[in-house]
Write a protein that binds this ligand. Sequence first.
Ligand code: MN
Length: 253
Amino acid sequence: MRILLTNDDGIHAPGLSVMEEIARQFSDDIWVCAPSEEQSGAGHSLTLNKPVRLQKHGERRFSVTGTPTDSVTLGLRTVMDGAPDLILSGVNHGANLADDITYSGTVSAAIEGALAGIRSIAFSQVSNREWQGNDSFATARAWGAKVLAPLLDTPLPLRTLINVNFPPLAPERVKGIRGVRQGFHDYSRGSVVEGRDPRGQKYYWFGLEAIEHTLDHGTDLEAIDEGYVSVTPLQLDLTHHASLANIAGRFPT
Ligand code: MN
């Protein structure tokens, strides 16, 4: 099995090494093509207004001066000498739950893989400032293979992908793994900090704190809150099918 690894935290991120540890439990044919710098929040952006550069770090190990989507694209089209059977993105430092996924470079790398018709899975380790321990990826490391093994041969239709989150608990306190739907946050993104730069110009800096959410039953948010690893299948068809007839009816032909 040939596996392409990527992420949005960058080629040097500790979580990418954890992803590689997990992948090596299943294969030796591992390729890495990841952004050269952190791209958290990049979503599914593709770099169009400037060239990107590819750097070789070792055999089957490359970075791209662009986004996660750029990295997957170059990985598939330029770096690898044959398509992978699997794309793994992560392990992200921080949650990609509920509406987070629309901002997430980690999930978007898996979206790009799904668009290419390749089985693609995003992994994120929910962080918690009270729980960091000596190794903030200990839970992802301990539970990664247990989550991945059943996902390797589960039927996955075209244009679908899988989003996995590990709860912010020590590995032995994790209760298990749940297949759940995507939840939603009640309020828009966290804080906006306003300040002045050294030349007196005003700036704004977006933060991620204080997002309220309702723990609807059967969601990724609830699973994480209750101490489970969440596994959510996602689809690229964003059509809201229940509204389609109504919308179409407003535009009679
Ligand atoms: Mn990230």
